[in-house]
Design a protein around this ligand. Structure first.
Ligand code: ATP
Ligand code: MG
Length: 418
């Protein structure tokens, strides 16, 4: 037997309704905010992520699925959605359109990580990206979209934490202070943090190693170093969230794992799915578009892990939609019925009903057993006696009640009773 690759999951047919439910919910919400979908390829040139995500990040250093294609090009399976959208935005000159450009995506994401609860090698993200606006209200609206997804799914115990990591100017000042603090501690930190110390000390604050977390507790806080413009932006974001009644805390320790963030960064953390509790992460990335070769363009967005969202729903006992159930099962019994039932079933389907029927040449008893398993509301029995008067017998499965109905009245009967 060939097994599924480690860290990946099949969505089997009896569970796909859960995905349709989540995807339907987020698409409906996106529509209210006039956010259109963008679809980009599953793979990109590796260079995009080296530049977009940053070569001091865990993603680029450890987690990418990178290979040479037959033309000797270095290709990488999408390890996140944002740089891909930035590449498409630049390549298709979307900055030439009236701004902002609002986009959402639903995409598989590939990261070579140690598989564990809530951490997969292929997971899926719903992401939102707003390009072209520097307004704090864009940050606020993006966070409101995420917050409303949780709200519409009934999830309440999820906490929004926000921070500002400033702009390159204030970050340079902060990096200096951080390096001063770390210089006496770096020997006690992990080897990855050693590498980060020179290249990108801010990344050290995002380390998941216990010994590094302990040291980072006493590190200087970036919020104490941001410049006046960045502070004003941050204050306006907070005021905007307040005015919309969105609960949040300012957590000055959030820095996020990607290089491209500027100013606002945020995370929604679920209280009930364990260590991998971050369901959604995002922020502003005003330098990303330039980084991937475009004209400077401010942007803000988030990525939400769909598997972690589902875990949250499951752990809270909340609905993740309902499996699909046929309205009716059609059981051909006599020889005549076996000649005509396929076209009869087609007529029912054409009317909009969801219909299942016999493709296994089962006996009547076996068909009834099968229909029962399908949980269908009605079974239509096509027997000799009923067909001789152009009728059929419709059984209501729950009550066991049967009614003789003319064939041309069947659709009406089922629809009225639906
Ligand atoms: P983490 O700190 O858990 O590694 P991250 O900062 O790497 O998360 P992002 O790059 O911000 O995550 O991705 C956005 C969201 O995608 C996360 O908040 C999370 O819900 C989800 N996610 C990220 N990596 C995985 C994974 N390996 N398996 C499942 N979901 C994931
Ligand atoms: Mg990660």
């Amino acid at each position: 037997m060939i097994n599924i690759p480690k860290g990946t999951k099949d969505v089997l047919p009896d569970k796909s309704y859960r995905w349709h439910f989540i995807e339907g919910t987020v698409k409906e919400l996106a529509k209210k905010y006039c956010i259109n979908e963008i679809r980009t390829p599953i793979f990109e040139h590796t260079e995009l992520f080296l530049r977009g995500v940053g070569d001091t990040t865990d993603i680029v250093n450890k987690e990418m699925y990178t290979f040479l294609d037959k033309g000797n090009r270095s290709i990488t399976l999408k390890p996140e959605g944002t740089s891909c959208v930035a590449r498409a935005f630049v390549e298709s000159s979307l900055n030439g359109q009236p701004q902002p450009t609002k986009m959402f995506y639903i995409t598989p994401v590939f990261r070579y990580e140690r598989p564990q609860n809530g951490r997969l090698r292929e997971h899926h993200q719903f992401g939102v990206e707003y390009y072209g606006s520097n307004s704090p209200n864009a940050d606020v609206e993006v966070m409101q979209v995420a917050s409303n997804i949780f709200k519409s799914l009934g999830i309440s115990n999820i906490l929004l934490s926000i921070n500002s990591i400033g702009c390159p100017t204030c970050r340079a000042k902060y990096n200096q202070a951080l390096k001063e603090f770390l210089s006496s501690n770096i020997d006690k930190m992990c080897s990855t943090c050693h590498d980060r110390f020179e290249k990108n000390p801010l990344r050290i604050l995002d380390c998941k190693e216990a010994k590094c977390i302990a040291i980072n507790q006493d590190a200087p806080l970036i919020l104490d170093y941001i410049c006046d413009d960045c502070r004003e932006h941050h204050n306006l974001v907070c005021a905007g969230l307040d005015s919309l009644g969105i609960n949040y805390i300012v957590n000055p320790r959030i820095v996020r794992g990607l290089d491209y963030y500027t100013r606002t960064v945020f995370e929604f953390i679920s209280e009930n799915i364990g260590a991998q509790g971050t369901v959604c992460g995002g922020g502003r990335y005003n330098n990303l578009v330039e980084e991937v070769g475009g004209k400077p363009c401010p942007a803000v967005g988030f990525g939400m892990g769909i598997e972690r969202l589902m875990m949250t729903l499951d752990n809270l006992g909340l609905s993740c939609g309902n499996p699909y159930i046929p309205d009716v099962y059609v059981a051909p019994i006599c020889d005549e019925a076996k000649q005509m039932y396929m076209s009869f079933v087609s007529t029912l389907r054409d009317s909009g009903l969801c219909v299942e029927s016999d493709l296994m040449s089962r006996s009547l008893k076996a068909q009834m057993k099968y229909a029962n398993k399908l949980n269908t509301k009605y079974v239509i029995l096509l027997g000799e006696e009923e067909l001789s008067s152009n009728s059929c017998s419709i059984k209501h499965m729950e009550s066991g009640e049967s009614t003789i109905v003319k064939l041309d009245k069947v659709i009406e009967f089922i629809k009225v009773g639906k």
